[in-house]
Design a protein around this ligand. Structure first.
Ligand code: TRP
Length: 336
C-alpha cells in the first residue's frame, strides 16, 4: 500500500471580514492541517449566490478573501475559486438526482436562512439554489475524494448528506466509487463578541462586534480595552461571559503561560481586568502584525496573486475533470 497523505478539503464563502472568530474557528486550523495532509481549500462563490448578493461586489470579495487567506498562512497552491471549476456545478446536477427532496427541505440551515430572508424583506425570495446549497457542498467535497473535512458542528447535517449522496451513488452504480468523507472536528474555541459576549463574534452583527484580523494595532488594543467584562449581577463562583471570552481568546492565541497565571489570580480573587485585557491584546497583536504586513505585501502586487490562484485553480480543476469524466461513464452519460 502506498503511503499517500490523506486528502483534506474545506471551503469558505466570500462574505464579510476575516475576523478573529473566523480565524480561530477555522482558518488557523486550516493553516496547521497543511503540514500533515494534502489540503485543498475553496473560495465558494457559487454558494455566495444563494442568499441576496451584490453582483458588482462578488468578484472583488472573492479576491479580497483570497488575499486575506494567503496573508493568514494558507498556501496559494492549495487554493481554488469555485467558479473557475465549473465541474462543481455539473457534479451538483448529477448529485441532485441522488438526493432526496425531503431531506433537503428538512435541513436546519435551509430553514434558518429562509426565515432570515423572510424577516429581511417583504418580498422574500427563497431560491432553489438555497435549497440545493448542501448538494453543491457535497460536490465540492466528493469531487476531490476528500477523506477529511474540517468544519464546525453547524455543518454536521451537510456532511451527513454528502455521505448519504456518496452511498446512494455507489449503490446505484454498483461500485464503491466515492470515498465517504469524515468530518474533522477541531477543538474550536467559541469566540464571542467583545461588545456583547453572549453572542458569537460575527461580521453581520456590526463593526464593534468583531475584531478584524488585519486591523491596526491601536484599534485591536482599543477594542480589547473596551471589552465588556461584567454582564449583569455577578453570580457567586460563576465567571461572567465577558471574562470567559477573554480567557478563551487568550487560549486561542496560544498564550498558555499568561492564561495560567491570570486564571490563578481569578481563582484567588485578585484578577485585575486590565491585566487580562493587556495579555489578550498582546496575543492578538502578535498574530495580527505579521499577517497585516504579509497582506500589505500581497496587495502591492495583486495581479501576481490573481495569476497564481488562477493557475492553482486550473491545476486543481484537472482532478475535478477526471472525477466528472468517471462519474459520467458510471451514470451512462456521454463524454466528449
Ligand atoms: N457550508 C460551508 C460553511 O458555511 C461552506 C462550504 C461550502 C464548505 N462547501 C464546502 C465547507 C465544502 C466544507 C466543505 O461554512
Amino acid at each position: 500500500m502506498e503511503n499517500k497523505r490523506k486528502q483534506v478539503l474545506s471551503a469558505i464563502q466570500p462574505t464579510g471580514v476575516l475576523h478573529f472568530g473566523r480565524y480561530f474557528g477555522a482558518i488557523s486550523n486550516w493553516v496547521r492541517l497543511q503540514q500533515e495532509y494534502d489540503c485543498i481549500y475553496g473560495v465558494v462563490d457559487y454558494h455566495a449566490m444563494t442568499m441576496p448578493f451584490n453582483p458588482k461586489k462578488l468578484r472583488e470579495q472573492s479576491w479580497d478573501l483570497i488575499i486575506n487567506l494567503i496573508a493568514a498562512g494558507i498556501k496559494p497552491e492549495n487554493l481554488f475559486v469555485q467558479s473557475l471549476i465549473p465541474e462543481h456545478a455539473e457534479l451538483c446536477w448529477i448529485f441532485n438526482c441522488f438526493t432526496s427532496y425531503g431531506q433537503l427541505s428538512r435541513m436546519t440551515q435551509f430553514k434558518d436562512k429562509s426565515k432570515q430572508n423572510q424577516e429581511n424583506a417583504e418580498d422574500a425570495f427563497i431560491s432553489a439554489g438555497l435549497l440545493d446549497y448542501p448538494v453543491l457542498q457535497a460536490a465540492d467535497i466528493l469531487i476531490y475524494r476528500a477523506d477529511y473535512v474540517p468544519v464546525g458542528k453547524d455543518q454536521e447535517q451537510h456532511l451527513e448528506l454528502s455521505r448519504n449522496i456518496a452511498q446512494r451513488f455507489n449503490a446505484q452504480v454498483g461500485k464503491e466509487y466515492f470515498v465517504l468523507p469524515e468530518p474533522l472536528w477541531a477543538e474550536i474555541p467559541k469566540v464571542m463578541s467583545t461588545a456583547e459576549p453572549t453572542r458569537k463574534m460575527s461580521a453581520s452583527l456590526g463593526e464593534k462586534h468583531n475584531i478584524d484580523l488585519f486591523a491596526d494595532e491601536a484599534r485591536i488594543r482599543k477594542q480589547i480595552a473596551s471589552a465588556v467584562t461584567d454582564t449583569g449581577p455577578a453570580q457567586e463562583g460563576v465567571m461572567s461571559a465577558g471574562v470567559e471570552n477573554l480567557f478563551a481568546l487568550l487560549r486561542a492565541a496560544g498564550r498558555m503561560e499568561a492564561h495560567e497565571a491570570l486564571m490563578e489570580n481569578y481563582r484567588s480573587g485578585t484578577l485585575k481586568y486590565v491585566d487580562l485585557k493587556e495579555a489578550v491584546a498582546e496575543g492578538l497583536v502578535a498574530i495580527s502584525n505579521p499577517a497585516r504586513a504579509r497582506r500589505a505585501e500581497l496587495l502591492s502586487d495583486k495581479k501576481a496573486v490573481k495569476e497564481q490562484v488562477k493557475a492553482s485553480s486550473a491545476r486543481i480543476r484537472e482532478q475535478a475533470r477526471q472525477t466528472v469524466r468517471e462519474v459520467k461513464e458510471l451514470c451512462g452519460l456521454m463524454n466528449v
